[in-house]
Write a protein that binds this ligand. Structure first.
Ligand SMILES: Cc1cc2nc3c(=O)[nH]c(=O)nc-3n(C[C@H](O)[C@H](O)[C@H](O)COP(=O)(O)OP(=O)(O)OC[C@H]3O[C@@H](n4cnc5c(N)ncnc54)[C@H](O)[C@@H]3O)c2cc1C
Length: 421
């Protein structure tokens, strides 16, 4: 009999399993998909290394600092500034917080009114002092409401906050909890954003090292017997003293009966190959105009190994799940890219992959955290992990795995660590 069965090999399940394995427990992870990683994976298509969607690592996430060997991930920092695109016009928006040169370019750029530039500096100063996890507490409201209360103009919201934080929360309306906005803003201040050279999947691979994982194995039912739990799976039954359910929220609800489903925020990604260097830009490209594109990045300009020699990789993020077939979606996105780069260049792009991710995050409106489930369930011996117990992101997933492991181990310090710490 296993000591602990972990269901789901995403960041939450792998973090829990690795912690418990290192503590000497007999642990196994069952993963329904052919590979581990859940939402954090990379694949190779025609020699291009493509991450699932477009996502980045904030190296200052506390759980990341505890769990990952960042040196081994060979992180490539994403430049601390962005390019605001309005058709063929491109303006650099520096990061006044982490980059002194960014302060200069932000203060001199014309895309933001002077008052907004000063408000960014003031906002950063106010978020720098508190312990980061305390930014997840206190009064809540929407990110838009919070930014307006700080005095930011419509221009600042439209050219910067909507595309930039819209890309992080997958919500251009900025309806996401302001507590999360403040926490993520602070994480960016503390450590910026980066991409592992070999792809975001390197994070998953590192967590999975030394863990007993069985892929292609779906758990369909859990039956508690008091001293142990039987899991019915697509590969037969398996018994364990403890079970940690670390799946997506809908599956967690099906398996445990706990009312944890909160719906899904979906997003769509188009990955293009180019034979010539259309744009040498390594920075994030933010679309300040109406359209399907929210943000884009020439991933291979910053991380050359992601494309075969002499070729280039462009990843375009479209928020939501547009009701267009792949060809119509591609035509619309190319139409918008042709306003950036000209029609000829846009037409020469080769589509590598179009991804529609139904559950990229769960919705996190103001006060969402007031009703977060804990780790206990009504099924004896069965615990919850997964971002649903914390926040929809890498920190939330990893800290949930740590916490579920701490409960099994009776590790009081781990159990009482605040959310986000
Ligand atoms: C496009 C995109 C962009 C994102 N951007 C960011 C970002 O910039 N920063 C950030 O911090 N976060 C970001 N996130 C969110 C982050 O990736 C997730 O919060 C995190 O990976 C969730 O991890 P998890 O382990 O909780 O869940 P998952 O990764 O969903 O893992 C659950 C696993 O359970 C498996 N499973 C499901 N049912 C069963 C079953 N019955 N039996 C066995 N296994 C099962 C699934 O196959 C899956 O592997 C983004 C996510 C996406 C998709």
């Amino acid at each position: 009999m296993l000591d602990v069965l972990v269901i789901g090999g995403g960041l939450a399940g792998l973090t829990a399993a690795r912690t418990l394995t290192r503590a000497g427990k007999r642990v196994r992870v069952l993963e329904a998909a052919p590979e581990v990683g859940g939402r954090v994976r990379s694949r190779v298509v025609d020699g291009f290394t493509i991450d699932a969607g477009y996502q980045v690592l904030f190296p200052s996430y506390p759980a990341v600092l505890r769990q990952l060997d960042l040196g081994a991930l060979d992180l490539v920092p994403i430049p601390p500034s962005a390019v605001v695109r309005r058709g063929s016009r491109a303006a650099v928006l520096g990061d006044p917080i982490r980059d002194p040169a960014g302060l200069l370019s932000t203060l001199t750029t014309r895309v933001l009114p002077l008052g907004d530039k000063l408000r960014v500096v003031k906002l950063a100063a106010s978020l720098r002092a508190p312990a980061p996890h305390t930014l997840l507490t206190g009064p809540d409201e929407s990110t838009e409401g919070y930014l307006r209360r700080q005095g930011f103009s419509d221009v600042a919201l439209d050219v910067f906050f909507r595309p930039f934080f819209g890309g992080i929360f997958l919500d251009r309306r900025l309806g996401t909890s302001a507590r999360l906005f403040r926490y993520y803003f602070r994480m960016l201040m503390d450590g910026g954003a980066a991409l592992p050279r070999a792809g975001m999947g390197a994070i998953t691979a590192q967590l999975a090292q030394g863990v007993d994982v069985r892929t292609d194995t779906r758990v369909t039912r859990l039956v508690p017997h008091g001293e142990h739990v039987t899991a019915a799976t697509s590969a037969g039954e398996i018994d364990a003293r403890h079970v940690i359910v670390a799946t997506d929220p809908d599956t967690t609800q099906q398996l445990t009966g706990e009312p944890v489903s909160r719906g899904s925020v979906g997003s769509t990604y188009l990955h293009y190959a180019a034979q010539e260097r259309i744009d040498p830009e390594t920075r994030l490209l933010l679309n300040a105009e109406d359209g399907l594109i929210n943000n884009a990045q020439w991933v291979s300009s910053g991380v050359p190994g992601r494309a075969p020699a002499g070729q280039h990789l462009l990843t375009v993020s479209v928020l939501g799940l547009p009701e267009l077939d792949d060809d119509a979606l591609d035509a619309r996105v190319r139409g918008e890219l042709s306003r950036w780069y000209g029609q000829e260049a846009a037409l020469r792009l080769r589509t590598l992959l179009t991804e529609r991710i139904r559950h990229a995050q769960y919705p996190q409106p103001p006060e969402y955290a007031a009703t977060l489930p804990g780790h206990a369930t009504d099924l004896p011996g069965v615990l919850l992990a997964g971002e649903i117990t914390s926040m929809s992101g890498i920190q939330g997933a990893m800290e949930s795995g740590e916490k579920a492991a701490a409960i099994v181990l009776g590790d009081l310090a781990g159990m009482s660590r605040p959310r986000g710490a």
